[in-house]
Design a protein around this ligand. Sequence first.
Ligand SMILES: Cc1cc2nc3c(=O)[nH]c(=O)nc-3n(C[C@H](O)[C@H](O)[C@H](O)COP(=O)(O)OP(=O)(O)OC[C@H]3O[C@@H](n4cnc5c(N)ncnc54)[C@H](O)[C@@H]3O)c2cc1C
Length: 463
Amino acid sequence: MLSEFLEQLQSWAESHSLLFGNDTAAYCVDQRRRYQGQTLAVARPNSVQQLAQIVQLCAQHRIAMVPQGGNTSLCGAATPDQTGQNIIISFERMNQIIEVDADNNTITVEAGVTLQQVQQAALAANRLFPANWAAAASCQIGGALATNAGGVNVLRYGNMRELTLGLEVVLADGTIWNGLRGLRKDNTGYDLKQLFVGAEGTLGLISRAVLRLYPLPTAHATALVAVDSPADAVTLLRDLQAKVSDRITSFELISRPCLDLLHQHFPSLQSPFAEPPAWCVLLELSDGGNSEHLFEQLASILFETGFADTYVAQNQRQATDFWRLREHIPEAQRLEGVSIKHDISIPVGDIPEFLTTCQSNIMLQYPDANIVAFGHLGDGNLHYNLFLSDKTALIYQQEAAINAIVYQLVAHFNGSISAEHGIGQLKKSTLSQYRSSTELLLMNSIKQTLDPLGLMNPGKVLI
Ligand SMILES: Cc1cc2nc3c(=O)[nH]c(=O)nc-3n(C[C@H](O)[C@H](O)[C@H](O)COP(=O)(O)OP(=O)(O)OC[C@H]3O[C@@H](n4cnc5c(N)ncnc54)[C@H](O)[C@@H]3O)c2cc1C
């Protein structure tokens, strides 16, 4: 049966579109090198028709499929299990930008186009595609949609769900569903595309997407502001929102341990602070008009708010340097060693209390913990990571106990245990504790309807 499947797959495929054996190694390990799987083969279709043929063949032979984009998932969502009985479907050859419609402010792309390519194509048409995060050069639109990824501009523009107008999806039996509409108003029944956004490839394979573009802001003002506490950061956010409304594009909170890690692992990245503050905020405003005006407005607002240790970037180069600090935090953590990571969200106003209480709860049981907290404060999303004195994978033995402390408090504030990275393999067993039985029943019945044979990315999210 298996040999028949492989024979048919090979007879269908162009020689360069299938990979076997050692050539599949890089596809079988996740970004954090926490999950290692095996696969029968990596199939790399270059059109929706080829993709649909592979899915049909897999359905016929009951072979499970693991969709993979840029493989930057932080929760093992794109890594196969260890049975070696699945195939990986890589979208790297479905990498065409199909159309930029400047009048409609939309871009239509294949799933394997990287986020950075979409940003650049939009820019070439004098438009903005606002989604952005540190993996932009390697993550793909299909992966970004399948994880409903967020990033640093969600405060103003929303996450991938809000940036999506239409999708084309290959369903579990190989049927192509064409929902590639570029409409901002369309109330014709259920909004089917939203089922596939954030489903982590467990309901169908996204082959193409119509995404929203925005007018390109011509003015930017970026600042690093030292604050005494997260409560001060929330006050600053509130003040800024009152004064400049939705011109705040990003509002990132960074704790002192992040600056220490940056100093240790990237000494060439200089922060402007003479002394690293306990907390700081990296914020950006953007608008039409000119940057000089926005700079002056931001400088005067920050002066009025009374935050003394404040640096407004004097030019684009300095703004880029500020952002480089933020973007290097994940890599600095990786270089430091193994940590227990949480990607959580809670209502913005509750974040200060969460941080204080969580720290004391953790310190009671783990007095050696170094808490590295940072994230998209403007959207209530924190990356709340812990190092213990042992920085090897042995600390995963403490993971369940540490997660319980963090997640119980998250639940207390009616928050989420996965704000933007998804569930994947990492949080699959935790999900059922933090979503109600009614929600889980609904999710399982959607899965059963769209993937009755359980072939779409098995072992992720639900089963
Ligand atoms: C340095 C770094 C910074 C990051 N910062 C952020 C951040 O700020 N915000 C954020 O949200 N995420 C962030 N991430 C996580 C990651 O980049 C995003 O989740 C990204 O969108 C995943 O895209 P990918 O193409 O790499 O997907 P993959 O990792 O390949 O896959 C992710 C999931 O999508 C599925 N999938 C992939 N392609 C398809 C498809 N065509 N159809 C259906 N399912 C598919 C996979 O099966 C898997 O479940 C970061 C990651 C790194 C490494």
